[in-house]
Design a binder for this molecule. Structure first.
Ligand code: SF4
Length: 210
Protein backbone atom coordinates (compact mmCIF):
# COMPACT_ATOMS: atom_id res chain seq x y z
CA UNK A 1 0.00 0.00 0.00
CA UNK A 2 1.03 3.56 -0.66
CA UNK A 3 -0.13 6.54 1.38
CA UNK A 4 -1.44 9.09 -1.10
CA UNK A 5 -2.31 12.71 -0.38
CA UNK A 6 -4.08 13.32 -3.67
CA UNK A 7 -4.34 12.32 -7.31
CA UNK A 8 -5.36 14.73 -10.03
CA UNK A 9 -5.21 15.37 -13.74
CA UNK A 10 -3.65 18.66 -14.82
CA UNK A 11 -0.83 20.05 -16.91
CA UNK A 12 2.80 19.49 -15.96
CA UNK A 13 3.67 22.83 -14.39
CA UNK A 14 7.46 22.51 -14.22
CA UNK A 15 10.45 21.30 -16.17
CA UNK A 16 10.96 20.23 -19.78
CA UNK A 17 7.44 18.73 -20.06
CA UNK A 18 5.75 21.94 -19.00
CA UNK A 19 2.22 22.18 -20.38
CA UNK A 20 1.79 18.46 -21.08
CA UNK A 21 -1.48 16.94 -19.75
CA UNK A 22 -0.38 14.65 -16.93
CA UNK A 23 -1.84 12.41 -14.22
CA UNK A 24 -0.37 13.33 -10.82
CA UNK A 25 0.13 11.06 -7.82
CA UNK A 26 1.16 12.97 -4.70
CA UNK A 27 2.55 10.70 -1.99
CA UNK A 28 2.49 11.49 1.70
CA UNK A 29 5.51 12.35 3.85
CA UNK A 30 8.63 14.45 3.54
CA UNK A 31 11.96 14.28 5.34
CA UNK A 32 12.68 17.97 4.62
CA UNK A 33 11.05 21.24 5.64
CA UNK A 34 12.00 23.79 2.99
CA UNK A 35 11.19 27.34 4.12
CA UNK A 36 9.26 28.07 0.92
CA UNK A 37 7.53 24.68 0.61
CA UNK A 38 4.25 25.05 -1.28
CA UNK A 39 2.94 21.56 -0.44
CA UNK A 40 3.05 21.50 3.37
CA UNK A 41 -0.22 19.58 3.31
CA UNK A 42 1.77 16.60 1.97
CA UNK A 43 3.82 16.13 5.17
CA UNK A 44 1.40 13.70 6.77
CA UNK A 45 -1.97 12.02 6.44
CA UNK A 46 -3.42 10.69 3.21
CA UNK A 47 -5.29 7.67 2.02
CA UNK A 48 -3.99 4.10 1.67
CA UNK A 49 -4.03 3.05 -1.97
CA UNK A 50 -2.87 -0.08 -3.76
CA UNK A 51 -0.44 0.22 -6.64
CA UNK A 52 -3.05 -1.46 -8.86
CA UNK A 53 -5.73 1.12 -8.03
CA UNK A 54 -3.36 3.95 -8.95
CA UNK A 55 -2.42 2.30 -12.25
CA UNK A 56 -6.14 1.79 -12.99
CA UNK A 57 -6.88 5.42 -12.20
CA UNK A 58 -4.11 6.61 -14.53
CA UNK A 59 -5.77 4.70 -17.36
CA UNK A 60 -8.90 6.87 -17.05
CA UNK A 61 -7.05 9.79 -18.60
CA UNK A 62 -5.92 10.04 -22.18
CA UNK A 63 -2.32 10.75 -21.25
CA UNK A 64 0.84 8.67 -21.18
CA UNK A 65 2.45 11.07 -18.67
CA UNK A 66 2.38 10.36 -14.94
CA UNK A 67 4.09 12.59 -12.38
CA UNK A 68 4.93 10.97 -9.05
CA UNK A 69 5.51 13.71 -6.51
CA UNK A 70 5.20 14.54 -2.82
CA UNK A 71 6.37 15.25 -0.26
CA UNK A 72 9.29 13.02 -0.99
CA UNK A 73 8.02 10.02 -2.97
CA UNK A 74 11.13 7.90 -2.42
CA UNK A 75 10.33 7.58 1.30
CA UNK A 76 7.71 4.92 0.55
CA UNK A 77 9.20 1.58 -0.55
CA UNK A 78 6.23 0.61 -2.69
CA UNK A 79 6.83 3.55 -4.99
CA UNK A 80 9.31 1.33 -6.87
CA UNK A 81 6.59 -1.20 -7.62
CA UNK A 82 4.37 1.68 -8.83
CA UNK A 83 7.12 2.91 -11.16
CA UNK A 84 7.74 -0.56 -12.63
CA UNK A 85 4.00 -1.19 -13.18
CA UNK A 86 3.56 2.16 -14.95
CA UNK A 87 6.65 1.55 -17.09
CA UNK A 88 5.23 -1.86 -18.08
CA UNK A 89 2.23 0.02 -19.41
CA UNK A 90 4.51 2.40 -21.34
CA UNK A 91 3.82 5.53 -19.35
CA UNK A 92 6.41 8.24 -19.24
CA UNK A 93 7.04 8.91 -15.56
CA UNK A 94 8.35 12.11 -14.06
CA UNK A 95 9.60 11.43 -10.55
CA UNK A 96 9.96 14.63 -8.55
CA UNK A 97 12.46 14.12 -5.77
CA UNK A 98 14.17 16.46 -3.35
CA UNK A 99 17.69 15.15 -3.97
CA UNK A 100 18.07 14.12 -0.33
CA UNK A 101 17.43 10.39 -0.88
CA UNK A 102 19.53 8.15 -3.11
CA UNK A 103 18.06 7.59 -6.59
CA UNK A 104 20.19 4.45 -7.11
CA UNK A 105 17.15 2.11 -7.11
CA UNK A 106 15.00 4.16 -9.47
CA UNK A 107 14.42 2.12 -12.66
CA UNK A 108 16.79 2.94 -15.50
CA UNK A 109 14.39 3.20 -18.42
CA UNK A 110 14.13 5.74 -21.20
CA UNK A 111 10.59 6.54 -20.01
CA UNK A 112 11.71 7.19 -16.46
CA UNK A 113 12.59 10.85 -15.91
CA UNK A 114 14.11 11.91 -12.61
CA UNK A 115 13.36 15.54 -11.82
CA UNK A 116 15.76 16.19 -9.00
CA UNK A 117 16.10 19.27 -6.82
CA UNK A 118 19.30 20.58 -5.44
CA UNK A 119 18.22 22.56 -2.41
CA UNK A 120 19.46 26.15 -2.38
CA UNK A 121 20.46 28.11 0.76
CA UNK A 122 17.09 29.88 1.05
CA UNK A 123 15.41 26.51 1.63
CA UNK A 124 17.49 26.03 4.81
CA UNK A 125 17.95 22.41 3.68
CA UNK A 126 21.31 22.54 1.88
CA UNK A 127 22.94 20.09 4.28
CA UNK A 128 20.51 17.41 3.04
CA UNK A 129 21.67 17.56 -0.60
CA UNK A 130 23.11 14.21 -1.69
CA UNK A 131 25.45 15.44 -4.41
CA UNK A 132 26.49 11.90 -5.36
CA UNK A 133 22.96 11.55 -6.79
CA UNK A 134 23.99 13.81 -9.70
CA UNK A 135 26.35 11.11 -10.98
CA UNK A 136 23.43 8.66 -11.04
CA UNK A 137 21.37 10.85 -13.38
CA UNK A 138 21.23 10.40 -17.16
CA UNK A 139 20.91 13.04 -19.88
CA UNK A 140 17.11 12.47 -20.00
CA UNK A 141 16.83 13.58 -16.33
CA UNK A 142 16.98 17.12 -15.06
CA UNK A 143 18.19 19.17 -12.15
CA UNK A 144 16.12 21.94 -10.65
CA UNK A 145 17.29 24.82 -8.48
CA UNK A 146 14.72 27.09 -6.83
CA UNK A 147 16.26 30.57 -6.77
CA UNK A 148 15.17 33.14 -4.20
CA UNK A 149 18.08 35.56 -4.11
CA UNK A 150 21.68 36.23 -5.18
CA UNK A 151 23.03 33.74 -2.65
CA UNK A 152 20.92 30.97 -4.19
CA UNK A 153 22.02 32.01 -7.66
CA UNK A 154 25.75 31.92 -6.83
CA UNK A 155 25.37 28.67 -4.93
CA UNK A 156 23.60 27.03 -7.89
CA UNK A 157 26.28 28.12 -10.35
CA UNK A 158 28.96 26.69 -8.06
CA UNK A 159 27.17 23.34 -7.83
CA UNK A 160 26.85 23.09 -11.62
CA UNK A 161 30.54 23.87 -12.09
CA UNK A 162 31.57 21.33 -9.49
CA UNK A 163 29.25 18.51 -10.61
CA UNK A 164 29.02 18.49 -14.42
CA UNK A 165 25.77 17.02 -15.71
CA UNK A 166 24.68 16.15 -19.29
CA UNK A 167 20.98 16.74 -18.76
CA UNK A 168 19.04 19.94 -18.50
CA UNK A 169 19.56 22.36 -15.65
CA UNK A 170 16.59 24.48 -14.69
CA UNK A 171 16.50 27.60 -12.57
CA UNK A 172 13.03 28.25 -11.22
CA UNK A 173 12.31 31.51 -9.44
CA UNK A 174 10.96 30.96 -5.92
CA UNK A 175 7.19 31.35 -6.11
CA UNK A 176 7.26 30.23 -9.71
CA UNK A 177 6.33 33.47 -11.43
CA UNK A 178 8.85 36.35 -11.39
CA UNK A 179 11.04 35.30 -14.26
CA UNK A 180 12.44 38.54 -15.63
CA UNK A 181 15.32 39.27 -13.28
CA UNK A 182 16.54 35.67 -13.23
CA UNK A 183 16.23 35.28 -17.00
CA UNK A 184 18.18 38.48 -17.64
CA UNK A 185 20.95 37.36 -15.30
CA UNK A 186 21.27 33.97 -16.99
CA UNK A 187 21.40 35.61 -20.43
CA UNK A 188 23.91 38.23 -19.31
CA UNK A 189 26.23 35.56 -17.95
CA UNK A 190 25.71 33.30 -20.99
CA UNK A 191 24.72 30.36 -18.79
CA UNK A 192 23.46 27.23 -20.54
CA UNK A 193 20.45 27.01 -18.26
CA UNK A 194 16.70 27.07 -18.78
CA UNK A 195 14.72 29.49 -16.66
CA UNK A 196 11.21 28.14 -16.24
CA UNK A 197 8.14 29.19 -14.27
CA UNK A 198 5.59 27.04 -12.47
CA UNK A 199 2.95 27.20 -15.17
CA UNK A 200 0.12 25.92 -12.95
CA UNK A 201 0.65 28.92 -10.62
CA UNK A 202 0.44 31.35 -13.52
CA UNK A 203 -2.81 29.70 -14.63
CA UNK A 204 -4.52 28.97 -11.30
CA UNK A 205 -2.51 30.74 -8.56
CA UNK A 206 -1.60 28.94 -5.32
CA UNK A 207 -4.38 26.42 -5.62
CA UNK A 208 -4.17 22.82 -4.48
CA UNK A 209 -4.79 19.88 -6.82
CA UNK A 210 -3.75 21.50 -10.10
S1 SF4 B 1 11.26 18.65 -0.33
FE1 SF4 B 1 9.45 19.44 -1.40
S2 SF4 B 1 7.69 18.72 -0.16
FE2 SF4 B 1 9.52 18.49 1.10
S3 SF4 B 1 9.63 20.37 2.31
FE3 SF4 B 1 10.89 20.69 0.48
S4 SF4 B 1 9.53 21.65 -1.03
FE4 SF4 B 1 8.22 20.74 0.59
Amino acid sequence: MLTVIETFYSIEGEGPFIGVPTFFIRLSGCNLRCTWCDTKYSYSGGEKRTVESLVEEAAKYKTKFVCITGGEPLLQDEVYSLMYKLLDKEYKIILETSGSISVENVPTDENMIIAMDIKTPSSNMVEHNLYQNIELLAAKDYLKFVISDDKDYSFSKTVIEKYPFDGEVIFQPEGGKNLKELTEKVLKERLNIRVLPQLHKIIWGDKRGV
